[in-house]
Design a protein around this ligand. Structure first.
Ligand code: PEP
Ligand code: MG
Length: 589
């Protein structure tokens, strides 16, 4: 990964100057398209911003009517919500009737704005003020103000934001401050050429989703990129982490050639993607898929996945206003299992917290959410959510569709948490029997340094371990995976993280417990020999990378892989590891 510093460079092409924004590579590939700067508030159409021949009093009345409608909407929503979610709607109703908000709206209307334009201005101003306070509590309130503003605007005829994202023209190059994982799931890969973000980081969930969707992405480009004009031709270079604005025709032609070459090498790997991946010395390495959404399961099968090594279930919990019932969950998991019968299916328990909140569970405002109630810690605080999910999974295991159903426990940091989890698991009707019959296996994610250090103890309690190197790198290197200022530090190839991976593999070896890896590094073919050399037995990668990873496994010889691993473990810094892998890659020639 190239570690350029974020910023803007001017580069004189033969005829036209090209503006180069340097950031961080977040998803590979080249995207060429026309810029669309995404506004998290609805874009107002001309007729919504113009007052026409109405008077300020009439516009004020329109505002009051929209406010009453939103109030009724929020009341209706809270009647059907759990007490925790009802609390959120209560906050939204308080914002709706907030005196400061109404005063600003009134001022703009009196100055000649339409009701919609006044709301747009007022909420944008308040959001800016809240964000400038640089306080986690006020920053999270600004999302609530945005939400209320959106509801008001939709009642005045504006297009909802999510709809904006689904209605973009083909070859759009999406530029935004940041995208939430929820925004990203609304993108249509057939229409989006690439994504360029002012902030965010390569290990944030948005980047993970972009990679799964096969969308080139760069991040950490800085605020200036948001000033670019809609419709300007630009190139996202996902390998170099650059956005090139207004490139000269020769540059566009060069990038189109690079796109072609990438397509050709992919096509060669895809020819053998459905065959097993066997090393030169005869070891079969299962290559499974990381799946974030039900739709991706089919993509994974087509890409040649030997099963699912990580199904992130957050999507099922996030896109709704109340938790999914056992039946809803069972049906959703069944639909995925049915896409690949007879193969292993690994379903990770809900992993919320950090950059993955869910709307209907009031989570305390945490100054450091990544160090707070995340993963299993959160589930042990909400055992009703845990029990429902486990019940759905046990029911699925009883259907015997997957060759083996595996449950993965996220963010374990203490042996005690695993014990508490197992106690709850064993109380679920049928759980113990399914596990004893080999229909259901329980695994722990190793993604916190403390878990890697206690991997041997953990391995004795569970049936397998899976390394989540995205979080393992963030926690080992004390660098927030979603903060563009330090994102360049977060790499699973850092020798510190490699040592923890080796420690986990050793724990697996002495306890005879299989060790898999599902962090993003498993999707990088250049890292495959190193990972196998460290003792990883199974890889789980994003669907588009599966053909390339299988191809990389076929080039491996385990004795050589172990030598590479030993050398990497002796490295003092990541640059040495990168050099070692680059040499190996060149050696294959
Ligand atoms: C990881 O941390 O490596 C992982 C696979 O989990 P997530 O990226 O969903 O946090
Ligand atoms: Mg993780």
């Amino acid at each position: 990964m190239i570690r350029s510093r974020a910023g803007l460079h001017a580069h004189e092409g033969d005829r036209l100057p090209v503006k180069i924004y340097a950031g961080l590579p977040a998803a590979p590939g080249v995207g060429i398209g026309r810029i669309h700067v995404y506004q998290p508030l609805p874009v107002l159409l001309e007729e919504e911003t113009q007052r026409g021949d109405t008077s300020p009093e009439e516009e004020w009345q329109r505002y009051l009517e929209a406010r009453a409608k939103v109030d009724r909407e929020l009341q209706r929503l809270s009647e059907h919500a759990s007490p925790l979610i009802a609390d959120i709607f209560l906050v939204h109703r308080e914002i709706l009737f907030d005196a400061t908000l109404s005063e600003i709206v009134r001022t703009y209307i009196d100055a000649g704005a339409s009701a919609a334009a006044a709301i747009h201005q007022a909420t944008t101003e308040l959001i800016k003020t809240f964000q400038s306070l640089n306080d986690a509590y006020f920053a999270s309130r600004s999302a609530d103000i945005r939400d209320v503003g959106q509801r008001l605007l939709v009642h005045l005829g504006a297009t909802p934001v999510a709809k904006q994202l689904t209605q973009l023209p083909p070859e759009t190059l999406l530029v935004a401050d940041d995208l939430t994982p929820f925004d990203t799931t609304h993108l249509d890969p057939a229409k989006i050429a690439g994504i360029a973000l002012a902030h965010s980081a390569p290990t944030a969930h948005t980047a993970i989703l972009a990679r799964s969707l096969g969308l080139p992405m760069v991040c950490g480009l800085g605020n200036d990129v948001l000033e670019e004009k809609d419709g300007t031709l630009a190139i996202v270079d996902g390998g170099q982490g650059q956005l090139l604005v207004d490139p000269p025709p020769e540059m566009v032609a060069n990038y189109r050639n690079a796109q072609e070459r990438l397509h050709r090498s992919r096509a060669a790997a895809e020819e053998h993607a459905r065959e097993p991946a066997v090393t030169r010395d005869g070891r079969t390495v299962p290559v499974l898929a990381n799946v974030n959404h039900a739709d991706e399961a089919l993509q994974a099968v087509e890409a040649g996945a030997d099963g699912v090594g990580l199904l992130r279930t957050e999507y099922l919990f996030q896109e709704r206003i109340a938790p999914p019932t056992v039946q809803t969950q069972f049906e959703a998991y069944l639909a995925i299992a049915a896409q690949m019968p007879g193969r292993p299916l690994t379903i990770r328990l809900l992993d919320v917290g950090g950059d993955k909140p869910i709307p209907y569970v009031a989570q305390p405002v945490e100054a450091n959410p990544f160090l707070g109630l995340r993963g299993i810690r959160f589930l042990l605080h909400h055992p009703e959510l845990l029990r429902d999910q486990l019940t759905a999974l046990v029911q699925l295991a009883q259907e015997r569709i997957a060759s083996e159903l595996r449950i993965l426990v996220p963010m374990v940091s203490l042996v005690r948490e695993l014990r508490e989890f197992l106690q709850i698991f064993q109380q679920i009707p049928g759980a113990r029997e399914c596990r004893e019959a080999g229909l259901l296996r329980v695994g722990a994610m190793i993604e916190v340094p403390s878990a890697a250090m206690m991997a041997e103890r953990m391995a004795r309690l569970v049936d397998y371990l899976s390394l989540g190197t995205n979080d393992l790198a963030q926690y080992t290197l004390a660098a927030d995976r979603s903060n563009s200022a330090v994102a360049g530090l977060v790499s699973a190839l850092d020798p510190t993280v490699l040592r923890l991976i080796a420690m986990t593999c050793q724990a697996g070896y002495v306890t005879d417990t299989p060790v898999a890896i599902c962090g993003e590094i498993a999707s990088d073919p250049a890292a495959t020999p190193l990972l196998l050399g460290l003792g990883i037995q199974e890889l789980s990668a994003i669907p588009p990378a599966i053909p390339l990873i299988k191809q990389a496994v076929r080039h491996c010889d385990l004795t050589q892989c172990r030598q590479i691993a030993e050398q990497a473990l002796r490295s003092a810094q990541i640059e040495d590891v990168l050099r070692l892998l680059a040499l190996e890659d060149a050696g294959k020639g």
